[in-house]
Design a protein around this ligand. Structure first.
Ligand code: S3P
Length: 426
């Protein structure tokens, strides 16, 4: 579906509540499925990716019911059942990589499949450690479909070259079913929602810097209210900073330090961003975020910053076009392995709009501040974050832009346009 984005002529103003965190939603339904008892999950994401996780859990025999449009109950005896059909992960890498860790240690076989984009994404990163644990996973060139023959697993101590929460979570989940102590060490800290949630559910889990260890554990049911997704808030943060005279309040955002790289970057660029009403809900920090249109300057984003803002980089690239001077984004080569190659695609789209941006193997160099002209049609390669990043860029272009594939925003954020319209009229 093609969507024309008309540049805004008035500031964005008002307050909106950002919908549920995708990473925490995935984990909540999967981990509740492994617990013995009834879990109640409030503010479960309506995004298609999280619904893929929910459907995979249902296909594994779980009784999962909607109590209202954002609350689910998961009723489990702690045992998954052999699925009658292939398990469809849709577009969701998190579903496929985390479920592969859960399924490798079961006493039945299963097949994980995905859509065209997911079937091209690298799975060696999970197949390798799981195979070291004794798992049997058959695939063609380490891509989905993944045929998993369930086996008793043995613990490993794994040192990962990638700072990836999906790989970390996969190994830790397999570790819940393995004999011995499984440990995972990563080069920089990736999001730790798995560790926090497993701990809250009574798992035997220990954290020592960038090393996490887990032993075979039985999980207690989960009762959680999921906070808003900072990765969804990112599009509004960028819009609020760049649309002249805007001031917006984003309510109820998860501000886990492993996810707040974008807030640090906005401050580094000289932008006005404030955390208000900071609190903790079920082991996860939460706050409201106020952002005001600001003069920005370029900065460097690299190293340990990257896992803390990996999903926000397309939106941050848009922001950097409006900052004076050079912004260097490096050490982010894994951006090429997301739903699309987010380095090549962002460079192509922002150049078309009129930005001065250069492609690097592991990131971008952006020279600002440039006026964005727009007046072009943008390809989005079935990638929800590209869609919403380009939409925000379209708001500050001189001429309208057309976004091809706008419907992919439903993967993480079906409410995106409605909330943007609310701020336009605010
Ligand atoms: C996620 C981890 C990140 C992120 C993805 C969600 C998670 O992926 O890009 O959108 O929920 O664990 P990697 O672990 O591959 O970096």
């Amino acid at each position: 579906m093609k969507k024309q984005v008309i540049p805004v002529i008035a500031p964005l103003n008002g307050e909106i509540e950002i919908p549920s965190d995708k990473s925490i939603s995935h984990r909540s339904v999967m981990f509740a499925s492994l617990a013995n008892g009834r879990s109640v999950i409030k503010n479960f994401s309506k995004g298609a990716d999280c619904v893929s996780s929910l459907n995979v859990c249902r296909a594994l025999g779980l009784n999962i019911n909607y109590l209202d449009d954002k609350t689910i109950e998961v009723i489990s005896d702690g045992q998954l059942k052999a699925p009658a059909a292939h398990l469809d992960c849709g577009n969701s890498g998190t579903t496929m990589r985390l479920m592969s860790g859960i399924l490798a240690g079961q006493n039945f076989n299963s097949v994980l499949i995905g859509d065209e984009s997911l079937s091209k994404r690298p799975m060696k990163r999970v197949i390798e450690p799981l195979s070291m644990m004794g798992a049997s996973i058959i695939s063609k060139e380490n891509r989905a479909p993944l045929i998993i023959e369930g086996h008793q697993l043995s613990a490993i101590s794994y040192t990962s070259k990638l700072a990836s929460a999906q790989v970390k979570s996969c190994v830790l989940l397999a570790g819940l079913f393995a004999d011995g102590v499984t440990s995972f060490t990563e080069p920089a800290k990736s999001r730790d929602h798995t560790e926090r949630m497993l701990k809250a559910m009574g798992a035997d889990i220990k954290i020592d810097g960038n090393r996490v260890s887990v032993s075979k554990s039985k999980l207690k049911p989960l009762n959680i209210t999921i906070p808003g997704d900072i990765s969804s808030a990112a599009f509004f943060i960028v819009a609020g900073l760049t649309v002249p005279d805007s001031e917006i309040l984003l309510e109820n955002i998860g501000v886990n330090p492993a996810r707040t790289g974008i807030i640090d970057v906005v401050r580094r660029m000289g932008g006005t961003i404030e955390l208000l009403n900071e609190r903790e809900e079920q082991g996860e920090p939460v706050a409201d975020i106020r952002v005001k249109c600001s003069s920005l300057m370029g900065c460097e984003i690299s190293g340990a910053d990257i896992p803390r803002l990996i999903d926000e980089l397309p939106a941050i690239a848009v922001l950097a076009t409006q900052a004076e001077g050079v912004t260097i984004i490096k050490d982010a080569s894994d951006l090429r392995n997301k739903e699309a190659d987010r380095i090549t695609s962002v460079v192509k789209a922002l150049k078309l709009m009129g930005a001065d941006i250069e492609e690097r193997s592991d990131g971008f160099i952006i020279n600002g501040k440039t006026e964005l002209y727009g007046g072009c049609e943008l390809e989005t390669f079935h990638d929800h974050r590209l869609v919403m990043s380009y939409y925000v860029a379209g708001l500050i272009c001189k001429e309208p832009v057309v976004i091809d594939g706008f419907e992919w925003s439903k993967i993480s954020f079906p409410e995106f346009e409605t909330l943007m319209e609310k701020l336009k009229g605010g």
